[in-house]
Design a protein around this ligand. Structure first.
Ligand code: PLP
Length: 355
């Protein structure tokens, strides 16, 4: 129950519901797209060193971290804003770029935080239905004025648009700001980062939560031309200048020094994903063409919520969304080959029990 002092402004607020992090028993967690591999040794070491200086404020400019990130991405440090998870840069984008006359646009099936941020910030928004095959057709957004939040790959479908498609769209629609949410881009999609200097209507967001094993550290960023970054900074310095804590900044630098390890792990996860998709298809599932670290799958004779519950009873968590269009589906994070072996065997035994 909310307090009688709770602002009327938020009376209709429906907060985002994160995937559960249960403590009642140990589960095989395939429900929140975390990385199955721990932070690297250099990330741990840098994090430990930073712990000893926690009496000091963190660097509000994240200078050293921006430099490492710029090196890895092939851009300049002043094109990057580091945030407390990429959720924070998305929130800043709603505050900085959207208002009554600049609405937000996004697909009906996409990251569940976009409508939450829109409602919180009082920004009008339009949800445009995905095609029947769950693909985003950029032509649906042609000529719009405002901001398009474009998860690429999309969540929870995993389907990606090509960089060429996005670039052509940016060129044709200079009055629409495109926020390309690349939370999953490292698992096999094409990043738009290198387009930021050519298009002032492109902001890219990335996160360390999925490909860089730092979900608990909360680190993300926005990458864009100087005017976009300056605008986001105006918001950031009005909310929380020390938004990224010192331990996380240090651990982020450590992960970026081990970029080769991240690349190899992402390739391994992509390989495991494709193999698991084939195994699920062999069991009768429809599986989308995922370029991310999760699979989106539906079985014709097994209700989505029922499958999620049956797996839960057997110690495996996957993510079910009770949204009518995708109720038959589940989103399954890709873990290690061993974890996916357990998943496929368990699903097979559930299916056989029903037959
Ligand atoms: C996980 C995710 C994010 C944000 O994750 P953070 O942990 O806040 O960095 C953003 N967008 C999408 C589509 C995601 O799946």
């Amino acid at each position: 129950m909310r307090s009688r002092f709770f602002s009327e402004r938020f009376a209709a607020l429906e907060p985002y519901v994160p995937g559960e992090q249960p403590r009642d028993r140990s589960y095989l967690k395939l429900n929140t797209n975390e990385n199955p591999y721990p932070p690297t040794e250099s990330a741990l070491e840098k994090g430990r060193e930073a712990l000893e200086r926690l009496n000091l404020y963190s660097d509000p400019t994240c200078r050293a971290l921006n430099e490492e990130m710029a090196r890895v991405l092939g851009t300049e440090p002043d094109r990057i804003l580091m945030t407390n998870g990429s959720d924070e840069v998305l929130f800043f984008a709603f505050l900085a770029f959207c208002d009554e006359s600049h609405p937000a646009f996004f697909p009906d099936i996409t990251y569940g935080f976009y409508p939450v941020f829109a409602r919180l910030t009082g920004v009008p928004f339009e949800e445009i239905p995905l095609a029947d095959d769950f693909r985003i057709h950029l032509s649906d957004y042609e000529g719009k004025k405002g901001t398009l939040f474009l998860a690429n790959p999309n969540a929870p479908t995993g389907i990606a648009l090509s960089r060429a498609e996005i670039e052509a769209f940016l060129a044709r629609n200079p009055d629409l700001l495109v926020v390309a949410d690349e939370a999953y881009v490292d698992f096999g999609a094409e990043s738009c980062v290198l387009l930021i200097d050519r298009y002032d209507n492109l902001l890219v967001t990335q996160t360390f939560s999925k490909s860089r094993s730092l979900a608990g550290g909360r680190l993300g960023c926005g990458i864009g031309g100087r005017p976009l970054i300056d605008s986001l900074n105006a918001v950031k310095y009005s909310v929380n200048p020390y938004n990224v804590n010192a331990v996380t900044q240090a651990a982020g630098i450590g992960m970026l020094r081990d970029e080769a390890v991240t690349r190899a792990r992402c390739a391994e996860i992509a390989k495991t994903r494709d193999r698991t998709a084939e195994q699920l298809r062999a069991l009768g599932f429809t599986v989308t063409d995922s370029r991310s670290n999760f699979l989106f799958a539906a079985h014709p004779s097994l209700d989505g919520a029922e499958l999620a519950q049956a797996l839960r009873d057997r110690g495996i968590l996957i993510r079910h969304f009770s949204v009518p269009r995708i109720r038959q589906y589940n989103r399954i994070s890709v873990g290690t080959p061993e974890q996916m072996g357990i998943l496929v065997n368990t699903i097979q035994s559930i299916l056989e029990g029903r037959i």
